[in-house]
Design a protein around this ligand. Structure first.
Ligand code: 4AD
Ligand code: MG
Length: 477
Protein backbone atom coordinates (compact mmCIF):
# COMPACT_ATOMS: atom_id res chain seq x y z
CA UNK A 1 0.00 0.00 0.00
CA UNK A 2 1.28 3.42 -0.84
CA UNK A 3 1.44 5.78 2.07
CA UNK A 4 -1.70 7.84 2.39
CA UNK A 5 -1.83 11.34 3.83
CA UNK A 6 -5.00 12.25 5.67
CA UNK A 7 -6.66 15.38 4.36
CA UNK A 8 -6.75 17.05 7.80
CA UNK A 9 -2.98 16.60 7.99
CA UNK A 10 -2.47 17.82 4.44
CA UNK A 11 -4.36 21.03 5.14
CA UNK A 12 -2.66 21.83 8.44
CA UNK A 13 0.91 21.18 7.23
CA UNK A 14 0.82 21.44 3.44
CA UNK A 15 4.05 20.17 1.90
CA UNK A 16 3.91 22.23 -1.26
CA UNK A 17 5.74 20.71 -4.20
CA UNK A 18 5.71 17.17 -2.85
CA UNK A 19 3.97 14.13 -4.24
CA UNK A 20 1.10 12.98 -2.02
CA UNK A 21 -1.41 10.15 -1.98
CA UNK A 22 -4.94 10.78 -0.70
CA UNK A 23 -7.95 8.51 -0.47
CA UNK A 24 -11.51 9.59 0.02
CA UNK A 25 -15.00 10.06 -1.34
CA UNK A 26 -16.05 12.41 -4.13
CA UNK A 27 -18.13 15.29 -2.79
CA UNK A 28 -18.31 17.16 -6.08
CA UNK A 29 -16.94 17.00 -9.60
CA UNK A 30 -17.03 20.19 -11.64
CA UNK A 31 -16.26 20.97 -15.28
CA UNK A 32 -14.74 17.52 -15.83
CA UNK A 33 -11.72 18.98 -14.07
CA UNK A 34 -12.12 19.69 -10.35
CA UNK A 35 -12.83 16.94 -7.84
CA UNK A 36 -13.62 17.79 -4.20
CA UNK A 37 -12.44 14.86 -2.15
CA UNK A 38 -13.26 14.28 1.51
CA UNK A 39 -11.91 11.53 3.74
CA UNK A 40 -13.81 12.29 6.93
CA UNK A 41 -10.79 13.53 8.86
CA UNK A 42 -12.14 17.09 8.77
CA UNK A 43 -14.99 19.10 7.29
CA UNK A 44 -12.78 20.49 4.51
CA UNK A 45 -12.26 18.86 1.14
CA UNK A 46 -9.10 18.78 -0.89
CA UNK A 47 -9.40 19.91 -4.48
CA UNK A 48 -7.97 17.51 -7.03
CA UNK A 49 -7.33 18.86 -10.51
CA UNK A 50 -7.39 16.34 -13.35
CA UNK A 51 -6.56 16.60 -17.00
CA UNK A 52 -9.55 14.85 -18.52
CA UNK A 53 -8.00 14.72 -21.97
CA UNK A 54 -5.19 12.57 -20.61
CA UNK A 55 -7.46 10.41 -18.58
CA UNK A 56 -8.70 6.91 -19.26
CA UNK A 57 -12.35 7.32 -20.18
CA UNK A 58 -13.26 4.31 -18.12
CA UNK A 59 -11.93 5.99 -15.00
CA UNK A 60 -13.35 9.41 -15.89
CA UNK A 61 -16.92 8.18 -16.13
CA UNK A 62 -16.65 6.61 -12.71
CA UNK A 63 -15.80 9.82 -10.88
CA UNK A 64 -19.31 10.03 -9.47
CA UNK A 65 -20.81 11.42 -6.29
CA UNK A 66 -19.50 9.48 -3.28
CA UNK A 67 -17.35 7.12 -5.34
CA UNK A 68 -14.16 6.26 -3.47
CA UNK A 69 -10.87 7.33 -5.05
CA UNK A 70 -7.19 7.07 -4.58
CA UNK A 71 -5.32 10.04 -5.97
CA UNK A 72 -1.56 10.46 -6.37
CA UNK A 73 -0.35 13.88 -7.39
CA UNK A 74 1.64 16.99 -6.77
CA UNK A 75 0.56 19.35 -4.01
CA UNK A 76 0.59 22.96 -5.08
CA UNK A 77 -0.81 26.31 -4.11
CA UNK A 78 -4.16 26.95 -5.69
CA UNK A 79 -5.01 29.93 -7.85
CA UNK A 80 -8.71 29.22 -7.55
CA UNK A 81 -11.13 30.70 -5.07
CA UNK A 82 -12.20 28.76 -2.00
CA UNK A 83 -9.08 26.71 -1.36
CA UNK A 84 -5.43 27.45 -0.70
CA UNK A 85 -3.94 24.21 -1.97
CA UNK A 86 -4.81 21.57 -4.50
CA UNK A 87 -3.47 18.33 -5.92
CA UNK A 88 -2.52 18.08 -9.58
CA UNK A 89 -3.44 14.48 -10.23
CA UNK A 90 -0.90 12.16 -11.81
CA UNK A 91 -2.86 9.01 -11.11
CA UNK A 92 -6.52 8.45 -10.23
CA UNK A 93 -7.69 5.03 -9.19
CA UNK A 94 -11.32 4.12 -8.50
CA UNK A 95 -11.36 2.18 -5.22
CA UNK A 96 -15.13 1.91 -5.03
CA UNK A 97 -17.62 2.85 -7.73
CA UNK A 98 -20.91 4.54 -7.07
CA UNK A 99 -23.43 4.30 -9.84
CA UNK A 100 -25.50 7.51 -9.74
CA UNK A 101 -28.49 5.74 -11.26
CA UNK A 102 -28.71 3.41 -8.27
CA UNK A 103 -27.26 5.53 -5.50
CA UNK A 104 -29.99 7.04 -3.33
CA UNK A 105 -28.02 10.06 -2.13
CA UNK A 106 -27.78 13.00 -4.49
CA UNK A 107 -25.42 15.95 -4.37
CA UNK A 108 -28.09 18.30 -3.07
CA UNK A 109 -29.76 19.23 0.19
CA UNK A 110 -31.68 16.23 1.53
CA UNK A 111 -34.21 16.20 4.33
CA UNK A 112 -33.14 14.93 7.73
CA UNK A 113 -36.00 12.42 7.64
CA UNK A 114 -34.78 10.94 4.38
CA UNK A 115 -31.20 10.76 5.61
CA UNK A 116 -32.33 9.01 8.79
CA UNK A 117 -33.62 6.18 6.62
CA UNK A 118 -30.19 6.04 5.01
CA UNK A 119 -28.22 6.04 8.24
CA UNK A 120 -25.56 3.82 6.69
CA UNK A 121 -24.76 6.57 4.20
CA UNK A 122 -25.56 9.80 6.02
CA UNK A 123 -22.18 9.99 7.76
CA UNK A 124 -20.71 10.82 4.35
CA UNK A 125 -22.55 14.13 4.29
CA UNK A 126 -20.98 17.31 5.64
CA UNK A 127 -23.64 17.75 8.29
CA UNK A 128 -23.47 14.28 9.75
CA UNK A 129 -19.71 13.92 9.60
CA UNK A 130 -19.48 17.23 11.52
CA UNK A 131 -22.06 16.05 14.05
CA UNK A 132 -20.33 12.74 14.63
CA UNK A 133 -16.88 14.28 14.94
CA UNK A 134 -18.33 16.54 17.62
CA UNK A 135 -20.06 13.61 19.30
CA UNK A 136 -16.66 11.96 19.55
CA UNK A 137 -15.16 15.17 20.92
CA UNK A 138 -17.78 15.43 23.66
CA UNK A 139 -17.23 11.80 24.68
CA UNK A 140 -13.49 12.37 24.86
CA UNK A 141 -13.99 15.57 26.86
CA UNK A 142 -16.21 13.72 29.35
CA UNK A 143 -13.47 11.23 30.12
CA UNK A 144 -10.79 13.91 30.15
CA UNK A 145 -12.74 16.14 32.53
CA UNK A 146 -13.29 13.42 35.11
CA UNK A 147 -9.85 11.88 34.76
CA UNK A 148 -8.19 15.27 35.27
CA UNK A 149 -10.26 15.78 38.41
CA UNK A 150 -9.41 12.40 39.91
CA UNK A 151 -12.68 10.56 39.28
CA UNK A 152 -12.59 6.86 38.46
CA UNK A 153 -14.48 5.55 35.45
CA UNK A 154 -16.69 2.75 36.68
CA UNK A 155 -18.46 0.33 34.36
CA UNK A 156 -21.90 -0.36 35.71
CA UNK A 157 -23.94 -3.32 34.45
CA UNK A 158 -26.20 -3.18 31.43
CA UNK A 159 -28.31 -6.15 32.49
CA UNK A 160 -29.81 -5.62 35.92
CA UNK A 161 -32.56 -6.82 38.21
CA UNK A 162 -33.48 -3.39 39.56
CA UNK A 163 -35.43 -0.42 38.25
CA UNK A 164 -33.29 2.50 39.41
CA UNK A 165 -35.81 5.17 38.48
CA UNK A 166 -38.86 3.22 39.59
CA UNK A 167 -40.68 4.35 36.47
CA UNK A 168 -41.27 0.86 35.09
CA UNK A 169 -40.01 1.77 31.64
CA UNK A 170 -37.77 -1.22 31.17
CA UNK A 171 -36.92 -3.64 28.39
CA UNK A 172 -36.99 -7.17 29.66
CA UNK A 173 -34.01 -9.47 29.06
CA UNK A 174 -34.88 -13.14 28.84
CA UNK A 175 -33.95 -16.39 27.15
CA UNK A 176 -37.26 -18.02 28.02
CA UNK A 177 -39.32 -19.39 25.16
CA UNK A 178 -41.98 -16.71 24.82
CA UNK A 179 -44.36 -19.15 23.16
CA UNK A 180 -44.08 -21.65 25.95
CA UNK A 181 -42.67 -20.10 29.13
CA UNK A 182 -42.29 -22.19 32.28
CA UNK A 183 -45.00 -21.41 34.84
CA UNK A 184 -45.13 -21.48 38.63
CA UNK A 185 -47.92 -23.24 40.46
CA UNK A 186 -50.03 -20.11 40.56
CA UNK A 187 -49.75 -19.70 36.80
CA UNK A 188 -47.18 -16.89 36.65
CA UNK A 189 -44.07 -17.02 34.47
CA UNK A 190 -41.32 -18.78 36.43
CA UNK A 191 -38.28 -16.55 36.14
CA UNK A 192 -36.29 -18.96 38.31
CA UNK A 193 -35.98 -20.91 35.07
CA UNK A 194 -34.69 -17.87 33.18
CA UNK A 195 -31.03 -17.37 32.29
CA UNK A 196 -30.15 -15.36 35.40
CA UNK A 197 -32.55 -17.22 37.67
CA UNK A 198 -34.63 -14.07 38.08
CA UNK A 199 -36.39 -11.44 36.00
CA UNK A 200 -33.89 -9.02 34.48
CA UNK A 201 -33.98 -5.94 32.29
CA UNK A 202 -31.75 -3.48 30.46
CA UNK A 203 -30.59 -0.74 32.80
CA UNK A 204 -32.30 2.67 32.87
CA UNK A 205 -29.41 4.18 34.85
CA UNK A 206 -26.10 3.16 36.39
CA UNK A 207 -26.64 5.36 39.40
CA UNK A 208 -27.39 2.82 42.11
CA UNK A 209 -24.20 0.92 41.32
CA UNK A 210 -22.24 4.18 40.95
CA UNK A 211 -23.25 4.96 44.54
CA UNK A 212 -21.37 1.82 45.56
CA UNK A 213 -18.33 3.26 43.82
CA UNK A 214 -18.66 6.68 45.45
CA UNK A 215 -18.96 5.16 48.91
CA UNK A 216 -15.74 3.24 48.46
CA UNK A 217 -13.58 5.17 45.99
CA UNK A 218 -14.81 8.70 46.74
CA UNK A 219 -15.61 9.99 43.26
CA UNK A 220 -16.62 7.89 40.28
CA UNK A 221 -18.57 8.25 37.06
CA UNK A 222 -20.24 5.87 34.71
CA UNK A 223 -20.71 6.58 31.02
CA UNK A 224 -22.64 3.96 29.16
CA UNK A 225 -25.77 3.05 27.27
CA UNK A 226 -29.11 3.20 29.06
CA UNK A 227 -32.48 2.01 27.84
CA UNK A 228 -35.99 3.30 28.35
CA UNK A 229 -39.10 1.76 26.95
CA UNK A 230 -41.07 4.99 27.23
CA UNK A 231 -43.33 5.52 24.28
CA UNK A 232 -42.27 9.13 23.76
CA UNK A 233 -42.01 9.98 20.12
CA UNK A 234 -40.42 13.38 20.67
CA UNK A 235 -37.36 15.15 19.30
CA UNK A 236 -35.64 14.66 22.68
CA UNK A 237 -36.26 11.00 23.53
CA UNK A 238 -34.48 7.85 22.48
CA UNK A 239 -35.14 4.30 23.64
CA UNK A 240 -31.37 3.71 23.74
CA UNK A 241 -29.23 6.63 24.82
CA UNK A 242 -25.94 7.23 26.59
CA UNK A 243 -25.76 8.73 30.03
CA UNK A 244 -22.91 10.17 32.08
CA UNK A 245 -23.42 9.75 35.81
CA UNK A 246 -20.89 11.10 38.29
CA UNK A 247 -21.38 10.15 41.93
CA UNK A 248 -19.51 11.92 44.73
CA UNK A 249 -19.14 11.10 48.41
CA UNK A 250 -19.35 13.91 50.98
CA UNK A 251 -21.17 16.15 48.49
CA UNK A 252 -24.52 17.88 48.94
CA UNK A 253 -27.01 19.25 46.44
CA UNK A 254 -25.12 22.54 46.11
CA UNK A 255 -21.83 20.76 45.34
CA UNK A 256 -23.83 18.73 42.83
CA UNK A 257 -25.12 21.83 41.04
CA UNK A 258 -21.63 23.37 40.99
CA UNK A 259 -20.22 20.20 39.46
CA UNK A 260 -22.99 20.03 36.86
CA UNK A 261 -22.48 23.62 35.75
CA UNK A 262 -18.70 23.37 35.62
CA UNK A 263 -18.89 20.06 33.73
CA UNK A 264 -21.24 21.12 30.95
CA UNK A 265 -19.33 24.39 30.48
CA UNK A 266 -16.12 22.38 30.15
CA UNK A 267 -17.67 20.16 27.47
CA UNK A 268 -18.86 23.16 25.46
CA UNK A 269 -15.50 24.90 25.80
CA UNK A 270 -13.69 21.78 24.69
CA UNK A 271 -15.63 21.70 21.44
CA UNK A 272 -15.33 25.47 20.92
CA UNK A 273 -11.55 25.22 21.33
CA UNK A 274 -10.93 22.07 19.33
CA UNK A 275 -13.59 21.81 16.64
CA UNK A 276 -14.04 25.35 15.28
CA UNK A 277 -14.41 24.29 11.63
CA UNK A 278 -17.18 21.79 12.30
CA UNK A 279 -18.99 24.28 14.53
CA UNK A 280 -18.67 27.03 11.93
CA UNK A 281 -20.14 24.69 9.32
CA UNK A 282 -23.09 23.77 11.55
CA UNK A 283 -23.61 27.42 12.50
CA UNK A 284 -23.87 28.41 8.83
CA UNK A 285 -26.13 25.49 8.13
CA UNK A 286 -28.61 26.68 10.74
CA UNK A 287 -28.59 30.24 9.40
CA UNK A 288 -29.21 28.88 5.92
CA UNK A 289 -32.02 26.68 7.22
CA UNK A 290 -33.68 29.49 9.17
CA UNK A 291 -33.33 32.29 6.66
CA UNK A 292 -36.80 31.72 5.25
CA UNK A 293 -38.48 31.58 8.64
CA UNK A 294 -40.22 34.60 10.16
CA UNK A 295 -37.96 36.43 12.60
CA UNK A 296 -39.72 35.24 15.75
CA UNK A 297 -39.23 31.62 14.69
CA UNK A 298 -35.48 32.02 14.24
CA UNK A 299 -33.03 31.41 17.05
CA UNK A 300 -32.02 34.59 18.80
CA UNK A 301 -28.31 33.84 18.36
CA UNK A 302 -26.03 31.89 16.05
CA UNK A 303 -24.76 28.54 17.28
CA UNK A 304 -21.25 29.61 18.26
CA UNK A 305 -22.51 32.81 19.93
CA UNK A 306 -25.03 30.74 21.88
CA UNK A 307 -22.37 28.29 23.07
CA UNK A 308 -20.13 31.17 24.14
CA UNK A 309 -23.04 32.81 25.90
CA UNK A 310 -23.70 29.67 27.91
CA UNK A 311 -20.10 29.25 29.04
CA UNK A 312 -19.68 32.95 29.86
CA UNK A 313 -22.73 33.32 32.11
CA UNK A 314 -23.71 31.88 35.47
CA UNK A 315 -26.69 29.56 35.28
CA UNK A 316 -29.79 30.84 37.05
CA UNK A 317 -30.64 28.84 40.19
CA UNK A 318 -34.17 28.71 41.56
CA UNK A 319 -36.29 26.35 43.61
CA UNK A 320 -39.20 24.43 42.15
CA UNK A 321 -41.58 26.51 44.29
CA UNK A 322 -40.15 29.72 42.86
CA UNK A 323 -40.43 28.27 39.36
CA UNK A 324 -44.12 27.49 39.84
CA UNK A 325 -44.75 31.00 41.17
CA UNK A 326 -42.97 32.56 38.20
CA UNK A 327 -44.99 30.42 35.81
CA UNK A 328 -48.29 31.21 37.47
CA UNK A 329 -47.53 34.93 37.26
CA UNK A 330 -46.36 34.71 33.66
CA UNK A 331 -48.08 36.23 30.62
CA UNK A 332 -48.54 32.93 28.78
CA UNK A 333 -50.27 31.42 31.82
CA UNK A 334 -52.53 34.42 32.34
CA UNK A 335 -53.40 34.46 28.66
CA UNK A 336 -54.14 30.72 28.69
CA UNK A 337 -51.30 29.88 26.35
CA UNK A 338 -49.88 26.95 28.32
CA UNK A 339 -51.32 23.58 27.43
CA UNK A 340 -50.71 22.36 30.99
CA UNK A 341 -51.40 24.37 34.10
CA UNK A 342 -48.28 24.93 36.21
CA UNK A 343 -49.40 23.64 39.62
CA UNK A 344 -47.37 22.98 42.77
CA UNK A 345 -46.96 19.23 43.03
CA UNK A 346 -47.11 18.51 39.29
CA UNK A 347 -44.13 17.93 37.02
CA UNK A 348 -42.92 20.88 34.98
CA UNK A 349 -43.80 20.34 31.34
CA UNK A 350 -41.49 21.09 28.48
CA UNK A 351 -43.41 24.31 27.68
CA UNK A 352 -42.85 25.49 31.27
CA UNK A 353 -39.15 24.66 31.22
CA UNK A 354 -38.70 26.44 27.93
CA UNK A 355 -40.52 29.51 29.18
CA UNK A 356 -38.18 29.74 32.17
CA UNK A 357 -35.05 29.27 30.08
CA UNK A 358 -35.87 31.04 26.83
CA UNK A 359 -38.23 33.82 27.92
CA UNK A 360 -37.78 34.55 31.60
CA UNK A 361 -34.06 34.11 32.31
CA UNK A 362 -32.69 33.73 28.78
CA UNK A 363 -29.98 31.34 29.97
CA UNK A 364 -29.65 27.85 31.46
CA UNK A 365 -31.61 27.40 34.69
CA UNK A 366 -31.10 24.93 37.52
CA UNK A 367 -34.33 24.11 39.34
CA UNK A 368 -34.02 22.35 42.71
CA UNK A 369 -36.09 21.06 45.64
CA UNK A 370 -38.89 19.33 43.76
CA UNK A 371 -41.99 17.87 45.49
CA UNK A 372 -41.26 14.36 46.76
CA UNK A 373 -44.29 12.98 44.94
CA UNK A 374 -42.84 13.44 41.47
CA UNK A 375 -39.28 12.26 42.12
CA UNK A 376 -37.45 8.96 42.62
CA UNK A 377 -37.21 7.10 45.93
CA UNK A 378 -33.49 7.67 46.46
CA UNK A 379 -33.58 11.48 46.60
CA UNK A 380 -32.82 13.06 49.97
CA UNK A 381 -35.80 14.37 51.93
CA UNK A 382 -35.55 18.08 52.78
CA UNK A 383 -36.36 19.40 56.28
CA UNK A 384 -39.80 20.55 55.09
CA UNK A 385 -40.73 16.88 54.54
CA UNK A 386 -42.45 17.94 51.31
CA UNK A 387 -39.58 18.42 48.90
CA UNK A 388 -36.47 16.45 48.02
CA UNK A 389 -32.94 17.65 47.24
CA UNK A 390 -33.28 17.11 43.51
CA UNK A 391 -32.04 19.36 40.72
CA UNK A 392 -32.63 19.56 36.98
CA UNK A 393 -30.48 21.59 34.60
CA UNK A 394 -32.62 23.12 31.85
CA UNK A 395 -31.18 24.32 28.52
CA UNK A 396 -32.59 26.47 25.74
CA UNK A 397 -34.48 24.55 22.98
CA UNK A 398 -33.99 21.26 24.78
CA UNK A 399 -35.26 21.55 28.34
CA UNK A 400 -33.79 19.04 30.78
CA UNK A 401 -30.24 17.98 30.02
CA UNK A 402 -29.32 16.90 33.56
CA UNK A 403 -31.29 15.32 36.36
CA UNK A 404 -29.59 14.76 39.71
CA UNK A 405 -29.92 14.82 43.45
CA UNK A 406 -28.40 14.44 46.84
CA UNK A 407 -29.08 10.84 47.87
CA UNK A 408 -30.96 9.74 50.95
CA UNK A 409 -28.25 8.43 53.27
CA UNK A 410 -30.51 7.93 56.34
CA UNK A 411 -31.56 4.29 56.43
CA UNK A 412 -34.92 4.72 58.19
CA UNK A 413 -36.07 7.55 55.92
CA UNK A 414 -34.97 5.63 52.84
CA UNK A 415 -36.85 2.54 53.95
CA UNK A 416 -39.94 4.65 54.56
CA UNK A 417 -39.75 6.11 51.06
CA UNK A 418 -39.35 2.67 49.52
CA UNK A 419 -42.34 1.39 51.45
CA UNK A 420 -44.41 4.38 50.27
CA UNK A 421 -43.51 3.55 46.68
CA UNK A 422 -43.95 -0.22 46.99
CA UNK A 423 -40.30 -0.97 46.32
CA UNK A 424 -39.43 -4.30 47.99
CA UNK A 425 -36.43 -4.10 50.32
CA UNK A 426 -35.22 -7.57 49.21
CA UNK A 427 -34.63 -6.23 45.73
CA UNK A 428 -32.28 -3.52 46.93
CA UNK A 429 -30.75 -5.13 50.01
CA UNK A 430 -27.29 -4.17 48.85
CA UNK A 431 -28.36 -0.56 48.34
CA UNK A 432 -29.66 -0.47 51.91
CA UNK A 433 -26.42 -2.08 53.17
CA UNK A 434 -24.55 0.97 51.89
CA UNK A 435 -26.50 3.04 54.43
CA UNK A 436 -26.04 0.53 57.20
CA UNK A 437 -22.28 0.15 56.91
CA UNK A 438 -20.21 3.30 56.55
CA UNK A 439 -22.84 5.41 54.83
CA UNK A 440 -22.14 9.07 54.07
CA UNK A 441 -23.86 12.04 52.46
CA UNK A 442 -23.37 11.85 48.72
CA UNK A 443 -24.78 13.26 45.50
CA UNK A 444 -24.66 12.82 41.76
CA UNK A 445 -26.45 13.45 38.51
CA UNK A 446 -27.08 12.09 35.05
CA UNK A 447 -26.31 14.02 31.88
CA UNK A 448 -28.13 12.82 28.78
CA UNK A 449 -25.23 12.56 26.35
CA UNK A 450 -27.30 12.96 23.19
CA UNK A 451 -29.14 15.97 24.59
CA UNK A 452 -25.76 17.60 25.21
CA UNK A 453 -24.58 16.78 21.70
CA UNK A 454 -27.90 18.08 20.38
CA UNK A 455 -27.30 21.41 22.08
CA UNK A 456 -23.67 21.73 20.99
CA UNK A 457 -24.35 20.86 17.34
CA UNK A 458 -27.54 22.90 17.11
CA UNK A 459 -29.35 19.97 15.52
CA UNK A 460 -33.07 19.85 16.21
CA UNK A 461 -33.84 16.13 16.50
CA UNK A 462 -32.05 13.77 18.88
CA UNK A 463 -32.23 11.04 16.23
CA UNK A 464 -29.69 13.03 14.23
CA UNK A 465 -26.92 13.03 16.84
CA UNK A 466 -26.66 9.27 17.44
CA UNK A 467 -25.41 7.12 14.55
CA UNK A 468 -28.20 4.54 14.74
CA UNK A 469 -31.24 5.79 16.68
CA UNK A 470 -33.58 3.41 18.45
CA UNK A 471 -37.08 4.80 18.90
CA UNK A 472 -40.54 3.24 19.07
CA UNK A 473 -41.02 1.04 15.99
CA UNK A 474 -37.51 1.64 14.63
CA UNK A 475 -34.39 -0.41 15.14
CA UNK A 476 -32.91 -0.52 11.62
CA UNK A 477 -29.16 -0.93 11.09
O1 4AD B 1 -33.46 12.52 34.90
P1 4AD B 1 -33.06 11.10 34.67
O2 4AD B 1 -34.12 10.09 34.49
O3 4AD B 1 -32.08 10.74 35.89
C1 4AD B 1 -31.56 9.53 36.16
O4 4AD B 1 -31.63 8.53 35.48
C2 4AD B 1 -30.70 9.54 37.40
N1 4AD B 1 -30.49 8.16 37.83
C3 4AD B 1 -29.40 10.26 37.12
C4 4AD B 1 -28.50 10.33 38.31
O5 4AD B 1 -28.81 11.06 39.24
N2 4AD B 1 -27.40 9.62 38.30
O6 4AD B 1 -32.12 11.03 33.39
C5 4AD B 1 -30.94 11.80 33.32
C6 4AD B 1 -30.84 12.49 31.98
C7 4AD B 1 -31.99 13.45 31.67
O7 4AD B 1 -31.78 14.69 32.27
C8 4AD B 1 -31.94 13.52 30.17
O8 4AD B 1 -30.95 14.43 29.74
C9 4AD B 1 -31.47 12.12 29.79
O9 4AD B 1 -30.89 11.54 30.93
N3 4AD B 1 -32.60 11.29 29.35
C10 4AD B 1 -32.83 10.94 28.07
N4 4AD B 1 -32.17 11.23 26.93
C11 4AD B 1 -32.64 10.72 25.79
N5 4AD B 1 -33.73 9.94 25.70
C12 4AD B 1 -34.43 9.61 26.82
N6 4AD B 1 -35.49 8.81 26.72
C13 4AD B 1 -33.98 10.13 28.07
N7 4AD B 1 -34.41 10.00 29.35
C14 4AD B 1 -33.56 10.72 30.10
MG1 MG C 1 -35.17 13.66 34.99
Amino acid sequence: MSKRTEIAQLLTEPKIGEQVTVKGWVRAFRSNRFISLNDGTCIKNIQVVIDFEQMDENVLKKINFHACLKVVGLLQESMGKGQSIEIIAEEVEILGESNPEEYVLQPKRQTMEFLREQAHLRMRTNTFSAVFRIRHAVAYAVNKYFNDKGYYYMHTPIVTGSDAEGAGEMFQVTTLDLNNPPKTEDGKIDFKEDFFGKATNLTVSGQLQAEIGALSMGKVYTFGPTFRAENSNTTRHLAEFWMIEPEVAFADIFDDMDLAEDFVKYLINYVLDNYPDDLAFLDERIQEEEKNLPKDKRRPMGLIDMLKFVVDNDFERITYTEAVNILRNSKPFKKGRFEFEPKWGADLHSEHERFLVEKKFKKPVIVRDYPKGIKAFYMRMNDDNETVAAMDVLFPYIGEVIGGSQREERLDILKGRMADMDIPEEELWWYLDLRKFGGAPHAGFGLGFERMVLFITGMTNIRDVIPFPRTPKTAEF
